[in-house]
Design a protein around this ligand. Sequence first.
Ligand code: S5P
Length: 264
Amino acid sequence: MSDIALKTYTERANVHPNAVAKKLLRLMDEKKSNLSVAVDLTKKNQVLELVDKIGPSICLLKTHIDIVEDFDADMVQQLVALAEKHKFLIFEDRKFADIGNTVKLQYSAGVYKIASWADITNCHTVPGEGIISGLKEVGLPLGRGLLLLAEMSSKGTLATGSYTQATLELAEKHNDFCMGFIARRRFPGLKSDFIHMTPGVGLDVKGDGLGQQYRTPEEVICESQSDIIIVGRGVYGSGRDAAQEAERYRKAGWEAYQRRISKQ
Ligand code: S5P
């Protein structure tokens, strides 16, 4: 077990150099939640209603803002108000993948102005270091954080081996802005304390017929030592009450974390 995986989120928050990571780790212990819900719905009101329901159970809301058909500036204001009401951070899962100059514009401008409201966003590293430098020029002065996609949950992903390794090195080099990874597991031997977030989490099914692969909170948090579970359809796609489902995942993730930190 890695040393960092045995520490509590608060112990890590107390010494963490990145402001967003510090805030996130603090509120994880405060809310007893390592759950991020991926709200992949296409109507503004559906999104806002669901977020208000699940808000008490999550530490981080994950959005795909570009799938919302009736997006407007008011939606962002309401999301930010819900984040304050329920105390969670917002992660826009934009998966930037272009050259530095283009991602700077995509992050700061256009319809969505992501940098103005999302505490966290993420990018692929396929373009090389320039993508991080470009996003950092916009995000660092605003106190934002970046996650690198070091691995993916989907079947046949090409983000493996030397690609993953090179991604970890880029994160270490830019650890003022890179606060963590999207990954399937905690990477051993890192110098900085990166927050590892893992999608592809489900308690009831193993896949979705389109390449998604699900593992349980126990496998992800306890065995693979990741920090945050990202759950989408498991929470809102079963037809059962979403607030209750979010609580079920929050509990499962939290209990797995408690088992992990007790393995001293
Ligand atoms: O490798 C990945 C990375 C991400 S961010 N695999 C993923 O599934 N995701 C995202 O996590 C994906 O875009 C979706 O929003 C969420 C998983 O949703 P679910 O409904 O399959 O739980």
